[in-house]
Design a protein around this ligand. Sequence first.
Ligand code: HEC
Length: 241
Amino acid sequence: MADPNDSDGDGISGVPNWITIPSYINPENALTQNGKYIGRFGKKAAAINLLHQTVNAYNQDMGITSTFNPIDVYTNEEIDPEVANVTVNDLVFYLKTLKAPIQRNQNDTEVIHGRNVFEQINCTGCHKSNLTTGYSPITGLSFKSFSPYTDMLLHDMGSGLDDGYTEGIAKTYEWRTPPLWGLGLSANSQGGQYFLMHDGRARSIEQAISMHGGEATGSRTAFNSLSQADKNAVLKFLKSL
Ligand code: HEC
């Protein structure tokens, strides 16, 4: 789905974050290019899989070392692992097998109309609705089609969303398309309030859309030009996810 030179001329040029992976990761049959792999997890797609993401979170967010990453973030020195491998692996297995939320009101005519409009104004240029998993030793995850509403690629989202930080080759204004599954349930799990976009600055879905710049400018403009009824249908569809 990457289109670095925007060959199809739709103004959207997603690129993978090609990352160097740590030696404890077995990339199995993942695609590789010049020794790098496609990052998929994290706001700037800097982790290849859930083990990588989890080990980094233990180490960098919680200051907990493991045999995977034994370097203490405070002293920069190698110390004895503070969490057992079995715990890390169990946590990764738990995350891998968490069920994706099931869409509500799938047969509601306004929701169906909203989904069509979402496609017409090319929100699906980044928020891809249909992907298929590759092989997994967990049967329930192997070769399954699923609807995450992401392409897992990095996009230039404009200067308004520039956070001044890079991760790997991801630039300061580039973000991985976030999955939209579970969007309609997220407010409920956060005290009835939405906190959208990478730093939670958008307090509603409309606000999140209005902050789309860069490669998403075309889609934002198209959304703004919709009739109120079409806008409402798109929002109802997004809340059904
Ligand atoms: C060029 C790619 C692209 C297009 C086109 C696009 N988006 Fe996004 N969208 C993103 C990225 C990247 C983010 C995350 C930006 C950030 O975190 O600052 C995002 C964030 C969002 C969010 C917030 C999600 C969250 O969990 O915080 C919503 C809702 C959303 N988009 C809906 C839409 C809708 C509706 C459209 C069509 C009008 C659209 N997007 C078009 C790339 C895109």
